[in-house]
Ligand binder design. Structure first.
Ligand code: NAI
Length: 466
């Protein structure tokens, strides 16, 4: 079976870039990305490619090439479902904030709504692809809904989790390490798998397209995120040990990373991981494990999250301690708010939690981030519900100029590894700050010895001797 029309429900960080690349690489397929969020769809359709709702290097060029040709963005969900032979579900699956499993389980409300809408709007057989990250065995629920609420049509469910990393999404999509497709081992299931394999094979070498059963595919995505986050928490645990033993975490990372069994990637100590996925997916895995009575498995993975929370708190406490145990009324500059460089995404960013900690101590925070808006920063803080939104606006200012952000500041906390931070005129910054000028590098990207020579008191992760 050859697919000629695709619909993707959810025009977010995954749905938008993924479908843009499929459309670019498969001009013969019409790809319609739908969302209930009108503003988001308008932004995807907007003239100004600098204002796409998702910032990713290179995405503007991909969208410019395909949009209007075979890539469309719309809010007419039913029509797109009806027309398509293959439907991707790429909606949000956040951690539940209420009821059973609150704070742990994935909230599948939006996925279920999609399944019900697909069942209601379909007039012919379809392939439904889970693109969202879902708890293992979700496909069973999706299938149950489709089979029991539909018009007697046949649906094949595939799992095709997305492994792109924000900040390098386009690169990752164009040249993925692997594409994973899970489906049923039946003639219809194999036909559906092949239809999706053929789409990716337009630009991905076939030996990088892995096929498995549905459950392996669903669980592989959770496992990949758990392993990645675990490496960050592992090196962060070592960073704390480095600080008391005078070992240097970068040297330790280099030494162990040279071992091919360990590998050098994802071994950078930092203020802690963020992003919408790592924490959510691990908590989800912990929840599933507990629900099967696997308490040791659950405890093992939960520790990755505890270590990450500890690292964020430790960073904030170190700032307070270094500023003579009080930050009350002191201006502290945040360089960076996004959870990592080259994205405007702030979900679960370490900056939010470090700010919250310092605001509890009544610090004055001034934020500069090259891509994150003031509204986003305030809404991230408001979402925590720690204090009123008036108080958040009173204690936090957001500016568009890094030098203005550092003016008359007691301390700078670098929270995101944006490249531009390295090339600033640090001597100018030093002279504009209150003395002693303190600098906390939460990403270990700055030239610490040079900054020390300028007069800064530098504190970095996992480095006792600066
Ligand atoms: P997002 O929140 O940016 O986008 C989801 C979109 O779905 C929203 O725009 C929302 O309005 C829309 N939506 C929700 N229900 C809908 C409905 N019934 N009909 C139409 N539209 C609906 O989320 P994001 O980051 O794109 O994540 C989507 C999924 O992909 C999640 O399961 C996430 O875990 C997974 N994922 C995310 C990655 C990332 O880097 N952000 C990477 C890999 C997987």
């Amino acid at each position: 079976m050859k697919v000629s029309k695709i619909c993707c429900i959810g025009a977010g960080y995954v749905g938008g870039p993924t479908m843009a690349v499929i459309a670019q690489k498969c001009p013969e397929i019409t790809v319609t990305v739908v969302d209930i969020n009108q503003a988001r769809i308008d932004a995807w359709n907007g003239e100004d490619l600098d204002k796409l709702p998702v910032y990713e290097p290179g995405l503007d060029r991909v969208v410019a090439e395909a949009r209007g040709r075979n890539l469309f963005f719309s809010t007419d969900v039913n029509k797109a479902i009806k027309d398509a032979e293959m439907i991707f579900i790429s909606v949000n699956t956040p951690t539940k904030t209420y009821g059973e499993g609150k704070g742990m389980a994935a909230d599948l409300k939006w996925v279920e709504l999609c399944a019900r809408q697909i069942a209601a709007a379909s007039e012919k057989n379809k392939i439904v692809v889970e693109k969202s990250t879902l708890p293992v065995r979700t496909a069973q629920a999706v299938k149950d809904i489709l089979d029991n609420t539909g018009n007697g049509l046949k649906f094949q469910i595939l799992s095709n989790p997305e492994f792109l990393a924000e900040g390098t999404a386009v690169e990752d999509l164009l040249d993925p390490d692997r594409v994973l497709i899970g489906g049923d081992d039946t003639p219809e299931g194999r036909e559906a798998i092949n239809a999706l394999v053929e789409i990716y094979a337009s630009w991905v070498p076939k030996d990088r397209i892995l096929t498995t059963n549905v459950w392996s595919s669903e669980l592989s995505k959770l496992t990949a995120n758990a392993f990645l986050a675990q490496r960050v928490s592992s090196i962060n645990a070592i960073s704390e040990l480095c600080e008391v033993t005078e070992a240097d975490v970068s040297e330790v990372a280099r030494a162990i990373g040279a071992d091919s069994r360990i590998g050098s990637k994802f071994l950078k100590a930092s203020v802690g991981f963020g992003g919408s996925c790592f924490q959510k997916d691990i908590l989800n895995m912990v929840y599933i494990s507990r629900s099967y009575g696997l308490h040791e498995v659950a405890d093992y993975w939960e520790q990755v999250i505890k270590m990450n929370d500890h690292q964020k708190a430790r960073f904030a406490k170190n700032i307070i301690r270094s500023l003579y145990n009080t930050v009350n009324g002191k201006k502290i500059t945040f360089l960076g708010w996004a959870f990592k460089k080259d994205t405007n995404d702030t979900r679960e960013s370490a900056a939010i939690y470090v700010a919250d900690h310092l605001l509890n101590e009544q610090a004055q925070i001034c934020v500069y981030d090259p891509k994150v808006s003031a509204e986003k920063i305030y809404s991230d803080l408001d979402y925590l519900n720690t204090r009123s939104s008036e108080e958040n606006r009173k204690y936090v200012t957001v500016v568009n100029d890094p030098y203005e952000a550092c003016l008359d500041s007691h301390a700078i906390a670098l929270l995101t590894e944006w490249d531009e931070f390295v090339s600033y005129d640090w001597s100018k910054i030093y002279n504009a700050m209150l003395q002693p000028a303190q600098l906390f590098d939460g990403r270990n990207i700055l030239p610490h010895q040079e900054l020390k020579k300028l007069g800064f008191r530098v504190s970095a992760i996992g480095k006792a001797n600066i």
